[in-house]
Design a protein around this ligand. Sequence first.
Ligand code: PMT
Length: 216
Amino acid sequence: MTSLAGRHAIVTAGPTIEAIDPVRFLSNRSSGRQGYAIAEALADLGASVTLVSGPTCLDAPSGVTRLDVESARDMLAAVVAKLPADIFIAVAAVADWRPARAADRKSDKAGQTTLQLVENPDILRHVAGLEQPRRPGLVIGFAAETHDVLDRARAKRLRKGCDWIVANDVSGDAMGGNENAAILITSETETAWPRASKSRIAEQLAVAVSRHLAKA
Ligand code: PMT
């Protein structure tokens, strides 16, 4: 198997949380398991791995450097601070929006009942759009979709400017559960990985990455 020794990989994982006030937030069901498994699989192949993680209940895989963040903006800053990298894999379920203003005090029930949202920065698109040599040589996104999975993932790869995208059907228990099924989409090929443990999906992605970089 091809080694990733000497390569630096940055992986994002888990959800982000976006404060409404000091005790409430917006978030999603991501457990971080898929991203952590990918970080571990890359480290097992010899890569130096930085895992930028939203809040999860998981321990950092051994040999992986974990940076804990909460919001999308924190995640973007942590990723940018850890560049350069050879590989960037965006597995995190980043909140697309955040409250326009996080209140300093717990909001009253009797207060406002409408939340005004603003768009968060897109970390994957930002990294994919960097100029060389800041841009990692291989930028991989995930597409979490509940319908028209392949078409939406193909379009997302082009829209976000990443090299590869992993199409992920999240209509079932993939987000939050222990297993996943995925389709790796590159500019040339589409490879389906049947439902398996998230570790198995991660191993297949890590091997694809190492083979690709060995050829590049
Ligand atoms: O954490 P688990 O419970 O193990 O679940 C794994 C998973 C389902 C979360 C994971 O396999 C997955 O599909 N991750 C992508 C989740 C997602 O937010 O997908 P998206 O289609 O909304 O976003 C597309 C890509 O852009 C993703 O790579 C995402 O990390 C990235 N993104 C999105 C928004 C944003 N503001 N910044 C980003 O970087």
